[in-house]
Every structure is written in C-alpha cells, then in structure tokens.
Design a protein around this ligand. Structure first.
Ligand code: TTP
Ligand code: MG
Length: 675
C-alpha cells in the first residue's frame, strides 16, 4: 500500500487500463451513452447540412439568373422548373448529369439562357440545328424567372430553420441524458467509495489524512463527472464533425479542400508542443494545490491552538509561502494556455485567409462558384472549433485520469484481511477473552505489543494500567479487530476473532472512549446511533440507568435536543454519560472503557462511578485507567510496560509484589497526600 504520494499522481491524459475500469461503471448506462452518441451523429449531420443549404441557395438561386437552361414542353419536364411562354425552363445544374446528353422530353428549341446587357435582359433560345432566337424580356417576364428563385430561397430558408430547430431539440435531449448519466455513474461510484471507506481498518485512516479522503469523494468525483459528460461522449462528436467536414469539403472541391488543410501539419506540431508543456505545468500546479489543501485543513482544525499560542503570524507566513508557490505554478500553467489558444486562433485565421486568397481568385476567374467558397469558410470555422476545445478536453481528461487513479487506489486498498471464508456462527458470547502471544505493530516491525498473553474470564472486570504509550489503548482496539495483529491469536469464547465476521464481533463489544464523538443530530439518535432496532423506551432506560437522564431533561428539547459541532455544547462529563448510554443500550457482552473516568468534576464523577458499577454488572469489562483509585475493586489488574505484560493480579496481590504496580501506586498516593 503506497498512498503517500498519491496527491502527486498525475498520469497521462489517457490511460487504457484506467479507462477500461471507468467504463465498467458506465456499463449500466450503456444504452443511454449509445443513444447520446447516435444523437450526436444526427446533430453533427445537421451541423454539416447548414453551410451546404446556404451554398445551394447562393449558387443555385441567388447567382443563377444567367445560368444555362433546358426547355421542355409542359408535362415532359423531369423536375419542376419555370413556366414561361408556354414552355417549362429548367436549369441545367438542377437537372443533374443524367438528362444532359439526350435532352429527353425537351421541346424542339432545347437550350436557353438569359443574357444581361446593361439594364436590359435578353432570353436567348438555341435549337439543335443552330437557330438562335433572342427576345428582350420585359420587367414582368424577368419577374417570372426571379420569383422561381425567391420561392426556392424561401424553401431553403425554411429547411434551414427546420434543421436548426431539430438540432436544438436533439441537443437538449442529448445534453440532458448525458448529464443525467454522468451524475448517476458518479453517484454510484461515490457510494461505493463511501462504503469502502467505512469498511477500511483504522490503520488506513492513520495513514490518510481526512482532508485528502474528503477530496476523493468530492473533487475527484467531480473530475470524473466532467469526463463522462464533457469529454468522453463529446469526443465522438468532435471526431464525427472533423471527419464529416473533411469528407464534405473533399466532395465539394478537392483543390480547395487541400488548400484549407494546408495548416494541419502546423496544428499537429503546435498541439504536440502544448501537450508536453501543459502536462508539466498541470503536474506542478496539482502538487502545490494539494499542499494548500493540507495546510488549510490543518490550520482550520488547529485554529484553537494557533490562536491561544498566538501563532497567527507564523502560520500566515507559512501559508503565504505555499500559496505563492501555487500562484506561481498556476501562472506557469496559465502561460501555456495563454499562448496556445491565441496561437490556434491565429492558425485558424491564417487558414481562412489562405482559403479566401486561394478561392477568391478562382471565384473572380469564374472557375469557382461563390457559394462553394462561402460554404468552405463556414466549414473551416466549424473545423477549428473542436480543435480549439481540445485544450479544454485535454485538461478534463488529464484531471479525470489522475482522479480515477487516486480513487481506484483508494478502492483497492485492503488494510483488513478479507472476511472469513467459513464464518462461524457467533451468538452472544459469554465474554471470555484470551490473548495468545500477540505481537502487534502499527508500522512494520515497530512492535507496540510484544508477546502479550492473558486471559479474562466471563463477567470479570479487568483493568489495564501502565505508563503512557505502554500499549493499553492498542490492546483494547485489537479486541474489536480494528487492526490486524502480526503474530499470535485473540480468542473470544475460544473462537479466533478472525473467524468471526467483523460486524458480528463488534456487535457484542461496547466501547467508551474518553474522547466521545457525537454526531450531528439529536440526543436520542446519538444514543441509538440510528439503529432502528432500538426503541425510544430503551434509549430512555439506558440513559436513566447511567444517570444521564438528569442532564438530558435539563436540555432544551430533552431527548430531541440538537447536538451541534460534535457536542461542543455539552460538557466532557455529559458527553461521557451519553457514551455510557450509547454502550449500554446495545447490551454488549463485552464492555471496554478507555480512560473513561478522567477529568470530571466530583459530582459527575460520583454519577459516573455509580453508572460504571451498574454497567459492569453481568458482563466482561475491560477498563483502562490512569487513576488507580478507580480500579481497586477490579477482579484482575494487568500491568503493561513497554508493550509487554509485566504483572497480573488483584490490587492486593500486586501491592504485595512490590513491582511496577506498587511503584505506580506509591507515586499516585504521594500525589494525593501532597494535594
Ligand atoms: P497506546 O496503545 O495508545 O498507549 P497507551 O494507551 O498505553 O497510552 P496512554 O496511557 O497515553 O493512552 O500506544 C502505544 C504505542 O503505539 C505508542 O508508542 C504510540 C503508538 N501508536 C501508534 O503508532 N498509532 C496509533 O494509532 C496508536 C493508538 C498508538
Ligand atoms: Mg491510551
């Protein structure tokens, strides 16, 4: 498990393995995504259609008055044309190639053309045998021809409007479905991460700061959402569009298409340069941002200490440094983008200029129709849009890949041994606890417990004493299997705890820490901890049993009183009593009290002592206490020294031994006399 440098994980913008795994989460929404891709295909088609329609309007109708026509007798025309003087005039270009060779169905004088001479227009009709008939067209005559084109332009305009409307509607559906899918995918991933976090052993949380884990579930998930919605599927659209534009351009005019794409090699080179620079800059900024987050989290949670020790200025300067570092890195990143975007703009403008120079000359020379040039400028603009967006998508993909890597790292972390394959049925234990040569370390071979063995009989009260850091808390966490031991066995009722499903095991163990953690919510939920199997009556009973009901009834709202900010509104003693109720309401077979009786006023102390006496009745109880006065009645006292069990016995036995316990006792006794 190496998660130490995970904030510095900045991978590639595309990683096949990661992508495969990411797509697995998208599988339930496969059809939504496929639908989106299909919609994008249609939308792209509609996007491509628009310049083409305009080209047709320009070349076939706006600039078409003087184009060659073929004359048909009415009823023989292969497609609608202009009805004039008892004939139907159809433009050659609208007929297409297949009618050209034989002029099938045409009247005797077959070819016609309108000629312009100053303000006067002539209709020139030429029969196959070479006879030419020229007649002047009156204004009304001319209007007949023009009306045909006006109608056609209106029709094309309507088609364009239809295409735009359809594209709008399809875009709406596509964006909606895609965003919905992205949110669903990420929401289910977030759920998985949360469930995984909950199941991780404490050892994991010792190594991973909370701030970092919160980032996983929020920021990193957002990055993935953006990838699913903004980058992944839209990449298809970009590819469709680019390929579509290239195909359409080539079909319209090969020469012009080649001229338009002359800048492509430059784009490739510039983009490649950008990618390298952007990755370096992103990595640098990312690492520094992680430092800012860490500094922020620590300074906010430690603000009490900072203020009371007056360290504001130093901490400010410390943060200022980190902050500046990040600013510098961000500026470097900014510069990369600040150069790339305008550069791409310049290239696209240059390509446009090239096109106009190249195509404009041909239009003036009569070898290129204006509508084609117009469509080309349009397509070229569309062509550069996805290329310009590439930077953004690149950014998104890069962030997403890094986030995915971190999330998967988290999901892959296994601090606990897997659940037993053949779990034993574990009913309520009698409460016999046995440690058999247990060796334990938080880190590798840095032994905290060395060869610890002891045995506690059902119903006994057993106290652990020893110097600070001796390993008392560690022993207690091992019973609930919060950590895995390295060697030896821990048995409850003779069953190795590794053979018991952790949930079953922990259900029978009630723990009271000195540092009581309260959740946001009311008093009764803090006792029942959301366990629906526990009735309000039971909560009240438990609370009154441990003498907690007295202060609860004084609270505004009683059991419904809100607990805010982890119980900052309650005193330490009150929180202690609450945690007793919390442990008792589950009626655990084994009760663990870690320094539960320190730092409490005499009145509450008396209440707590009274509560303790009742709590311990009928169950195995393990108590860690620094003040030996509180454990003199324990059935068994185990003295831990530097991770080893040094003495076991009752208070009297241990005093008689004159060993470590005796020393401790004397020390505290002297203190008391002195006080
Ligand atoms: P503890 O078991 O916490 O010692 P203790 O409970 O006997 O001490 P105290 O009376 O002060 O409560 O710690 C034993 C050693 O293990 C100590 O050197 C610190 C180390 N340790 C860790 O490395 N990680 C942990 O999460 C804990 C709890 C302790
Ligand atoms: Mg401790």
């Amino acid at each position: 498990m190496a998660m130490h440098h995970e904030d510095e994980v900045v991978g590639k913008a595309y990683d096949h393995k990661l992508m495969k795994r990411l797509l697995k989460y998208a599988r339930p929404y496969k059809w939504f995504l496929v639908g989106c891709v299909l919609l994008l295909l249609v939308i792209t088609g509609l996007d491509l259609l628009q310049p083409y329609l305009i080209k047709v309007a320009i070349d076939n109708h706006m600039n078409a008055l003087t184009q060659p026509m073929v004359v048909f007798t009415p009823g023989k025309e292969p497609r609608p044309g202009i009805s004039f003087d008892g004939y139907i005039f159809v433009r050659e270009r609208e007929l297409g190639d297949k009618y050209m060779p034989d002029y099938e169905g045409s009247a005797v004088p077959v070819k016609a053309e309108i000629e312009e001479d100053g303000d006067t227009y002539y209709l020139r009709i030429q029969s196959p045998d070479g006879d030419v008939e020229i007649r002047e067209l009156t204004k009304d005559d001319l209007q007949v021809f023009k009306a045909y084109d006006i109608r056609a332009v209106i029709r094309l305009g309507l088609i364009l409007l239809g295409a735009l409307t359809l594209a709008f509607i399809l875009n709406y559906i596509q964006v909606y479905v895609l965003q919905y899918t992205g949110l669903r995918i990420v929401s289910s991933m977030r759920q998985e991460v949360f469930a995984h976090l909950q199941a991780l052993s404490l050892a994991f949380f010792d190594k991973n700061p909370i701030g970092r884990l919160v980032t996983r579930v929020t920021n990193d998930m957002d990055a993935l959402n953006e990838m699913y919605t903004a980058a992944l599927v839209n990449l298809f659209k970009d590819v469709f569009l680019l390929v579509g534009i290239i195909v359409v351009m080539l079909r319209m005019n090969v020469e012009l298409a080649v001229a338009s794409f002359a800048v492509l090699p430059v784009i490739v080179v510039v983009t490649a340069m950008f990618r390298t620079k952007a990755r370096q800059a992103y990595r640098a900024a990312r690492v520094r941002l992680a430092r800012i987050n860490a500094a922020l989290a620590e300074n906010i949670s430690g603000v009490r200490i900072i203020q009371i020790f007056g360290r504001e200025k130093e901490k400010f300067q410390e943060f200022d440094r980190v902050n500046h570092d990040y600013l510098d890195a961000s500026m470097r990143e900014l510069k990369v983008y600040a150069v790339f975007r305008p550069a791409m703009n310049f290239i696209s403008s240059f390509a446009l200029a090239l096109l106009i120079w190249f195509g404009g000359r041909r239009v003036l020379g009569g070898t290129l129709e204006f509508g084609v040039l117009f469509a080309f400028t349009n397509y070229l603009e569309q062509f550069f849009r996805p290329i310009n967006d590439l930077t953004e998508k690149y950014n998104i993909m890069q962030a997403a890949m890094a986030s995915a890597e971190r999330i998967f790292m988290l999901l892959d972390s296994r601090e606990l041994e897997p659940e037993p394959e053949k779990p034993v049925v574990f009913p309520r234990p009698r409460g016999e606890i046995e440690f058999e040569n247990v060796w334990f370390a938080y880190n590798d071979n840095d032994w905290v417990l060395k060869d610890v063995s002891f045995r506690i009989e059902p119903g006994e009260t057993c106290a652990f004493v020893g110097h600070t850091g001796a390993g008392k808390t560690s022993i207690i966490s091992l019973i609930g299997r919060m950590y895995e031991i390295s060697k030896g066995r821990i048995l409850i009722d003779g069953v190795d705890i590794r053979d018991i499903p952790t949930q079953e095991l922990r259900r029978h163990i009630g723990v009271v820490h000195q540092d009581v953690f309260l959740f946001t919510g009311d008093i009764k939920t803090n006792i029942a901890l959301g366990d629906t199997g526990i009735s309000f009556e039971e909560v009240r009973e438990a609370a009154s049993f441990v003498n907690a009901d007295r202060f609860i009834s004084r609270l505004h709202g009683g059991y419904d009183a809100e607990v805010r900010e982890r119980g900052a509104t309650l005193s330490a003693g009150e929180r202690q009593l609450l945690s007793f109720a919390r442990a008792l309401v589950r009626d655990p077979a084994i009760l663990v009290l870690d320094e539960a009786t320190a730092n409490i006023d005499t009145e509450t102390e008396a209440l707590i002592q009274d509560a303790l006496k009742r709590l311990t009745r009928g169950r195995t109880t393990l108590v860690v206490a620094h003040r030996l006065s509180t454990i003199q009645n324990a059935d068994k006292i185990i003295v831990i020294h530097k991770g080893r069990v040094r003495e076991i016995g009752t208070h009297q036995e241990l005093l008689a031994k004159r060993g470590i316990y005796y020393q401790l006792y004397l020390l505290q006794y002297k203190e008391q006399i002195g006080a």
